[in-house]
Structure formats: structure tokens, C-alpha cells
Design a protein around this ligand. Structure first.
Ligand SMILES: [Zn+2]
Length: 332
């Protein structure tokens, strides 16, 4: 996959599957990226492969039509070459040859991609479709963890180690708590959903005066902040500080000026976005460098009704089978 706007699909159907910590979503799309089928089920961690195969088979039966290829978006470390997944801690996967197992079950080409990268691919296609230019975007997924999918000059960025974009594990607070990855003070221990909830619980345990009840969701904390709760405002302010730094680092490292924020925490809407935008405006006023880097940048939220992981997985599958046909590359 090297470009987001290759022509030449022939109207067959592809399925895109987004495997999340709580929910697995399948969509089937046509060559114009229209959704013909969509179904979600609670993720069955004990039999992921069977569950995906059943969901795709159900879609085939429901549509009465063959599916030419399946894309799968999944968190963790993904080798898009052989479709294997490792270190997907939130799914309890240490190592899984997902691509080859699904290929045996379904008998069609399978393309596995990191979920934030799949989402970034789809979002960049939407942007490219409206501007007719290869887009550079970062899709910042904030949910149980944090990672960025990066499309640079139209190409999905993976890097030699396939860890490109894992900004959730850059260190935000060297004195902070230990992250699931083993490092201390990673960005996601502060600004992802569980980290936001943990900070609220710490404030409650310390006897701080707040409207929050124990074990709140990230959404509860943002709602309390919008209502003026001081503890919640302190936490969401800290979250905005760290996300602003991450966005600035992304922009300075990659040259990207379009950042789209998605994932479960993005459902907080303006309560998440506006504090980030106001910090960037302040930095632009203080620093000619930030002004030059981010002064005309677009930082937006993806609507929570969109399913960028599944749509991106389907778009990748469609794109890759198109490439194979044009280049005469054999199927795995
Ligand atoms: Zn970490």
C-alpha cells in the first residue's frame, strides 16, 4: 500500500473487521466505499478467529454475495506482511498468527493492520477524496490506550519496527505510574480513559471535594469538568497539557498539519478538544516556531458515529487486492 487514491476497483465486496477490547465490528463495503452490511458483537477474547470467521460468514449469507477479501484492524504490534499480531495486551494476545488462521477459515485474502493505522488510512482517503491530493494526516486514537496512525504524503507510516506512531508510550511524566508496557509515566497513563479514571479515583481517595463518584468513566470526568467541578477541571487540564505536547511533537516530527482525534475518549467532544485548541493558540502566540508549525493546522474530532477502524480495514483490503491485480502479485 503506497497511495490512498489508486483507481481501478471492479465492484466486488470487501469486509472490514475492527477488533476492539469490548466490541468487534464488521462492515462490508463496495467499490465506492458504501456500507452494505454492518454488525457488532461483544469481543470474544477466547475465540477471536472463530468469531471473526462467523461474522464474515454471516455477512456473506446476509448479502447473498461473495466477499473478495477481508481486512482486520486490531490493536497491538501487527506485522502486515504475515498478518501476525503480538503484544495486544488489552485483548490478552501475546502472539497470534491471525492472518494465516483466518485465511484457512475463510479462504480469501486477509490483510491485518494496526487499528489506528487502518483508521488513519480511511480518514486520509476521505480527505484525499475532497482535495484530490494525497493527504498527510495523523489519527490520534484515545481510548483504553493511545496511539497514532500516520499517513504521510499518502503512504501509511509503519517504520522498520512497525511501531511508528505509538505515541502513547512516549514518557509524559518520568515520576508517574508504571504503564502496562513496563515503562513509567507513559502518555497513556495520564491521558487515556483508564488513566483519566485513575486520577479521579486518586483525588476522591485523597478526600478532595468533587461531584465525581468512585470509579468514574473518562466521560464522567469530562462532564463534571464542563459543569465546573474543580477536581475534574484539574484532571482534564492536565490531559489537555499532555495531549497538546503530543500533538506538537507529532507535528514537529512528521510535518503533519491535520490531526484527527478519535477513540472512545473523543466522545467527550468539545470538553476534550477546546482545551487543546486553546493551548495551541497560546503556544502559537508565544512561539514563532509553533505558529509556523501549527498556526494553520486543523485539529478536529472524528464523529463518534463513524467506524474508522472497520472502514479502514475494508479500504485497505480493497486497495491491496486492486494493487495485486494490477501488479500481478500472487496471493498468499
Ligand atoms: Zn507505556
Amino acid at each position: 500500500m503506497s497511495s490512498t487514491n489508486e483507481p481501478g476497483y471492479d465492484g466486488r465486496l470487501v469486509a472490514g473487521v475492527d477488533v476492539g477490547g469490548t466490541k468487534t465490528l464488521v462492515v462490508v463495503t463496495d467499490d465506492l466505499d458504501r456500507v452494505l452490511h454492518e454488525r457488532a458483537a461483544p469481543t470474544d477474547r477466547s475465540s477471536l478467529v472463530d468469531q471473526i470467521a462467523v461474522l464474515v460468514d454471516d455477512a456473506r449469507r446476509h448479502l447473498g454475495q461473495d466477499i473478495a477479501a477481508v481486512g482486520v484492524a486490531i490493536p497491538g504490534h501487527v506485522d502486515p506482511g504475515d498478518g501476525s499480531v503480538s503484544m495486544a495486551v488489552n485483548l490478552g494476545i501475546t502472539s497470534l498468527p491471525l492472518g494465516s488462521m483466518l485465511h484457512s477459515e475463510l479462504g480469501v485474502p486477509i490483510f491485518v493492520e494496526h487499528d489506528a493505522r487502518a483508521a488513519a488510512f480511511w480518514v486520509s482517503e476521505q480527505v484525499a477524496g475532497s482535495t484530490q491530493a494525497p493527504a498527510s494526516i495523523a489519527f490520534l486514537a484515545i481510548g483504553t490506550g493511545i496511539s497514532a496512525g500516520i499517513v504521510l504524503d499518502g503512504a501509511v507510516l509503519r517504520g522498520d519496527n512497525s511501531f511508528a506512531g505509538e505515541v502513547g508510550h512516549t514518557i509524559a511524566d518520568p515520576e508517574g505510574v508504571v504503564c502496562a508496557c513496563g515503562l513509567r509515566g507513559c502518555l497513556e497513563t495520564i491521558a487515556a480513559g483508564p488513566g483519566i479514571a485513575r486520577q479521579a479515583d486518586e483525588a476522591i481517595a485523597a478526600g478532595r471535594d468533587t461531584v465525581l463518584s468512585p470509579h468514574p468513566s473518562a466521560g464522567d470526568v469530562f462532564r463534571a469538568a464542563s459543569a465546573g467541578d474543580e477536581v475534574a477541571l484539574e484532571i482534564t487540564g492536565r490531559v489537555a497539557d499532555h495531549l497538546t505536547r503530543a500533538i506538537r511533537s507529532l507535528a514537529l516530527t512528521t510535518g503533519i498539519k491535520r490531526i484527527v482525534i478519535g477513540g472512545g475518549v473523543a466522545a467527550a467532544g468539545p470538553a476534550l478538544l477546546e482545551p487543546i485548541r486553546s493551548r495551541i493558540r497560546r503556544e502559537c502566540a508565544d512561539s514563532p516556531l509553533v505558529q509556523a508549525t501549527l498556526g494553520d493546522a486543523s485539529i478536529e474530532l472524528l464523529s463518534p458515529t463513524e467506524a474508522p477502524g472497520a472502514r479502514g480495514a475494508a479500504a485497505i483490503a480493497r486497495h491491496r487486492i486492486g494493487l495485486r491485480e494490477r501488479e500481478g502479485v500472487g496471493e498468499r
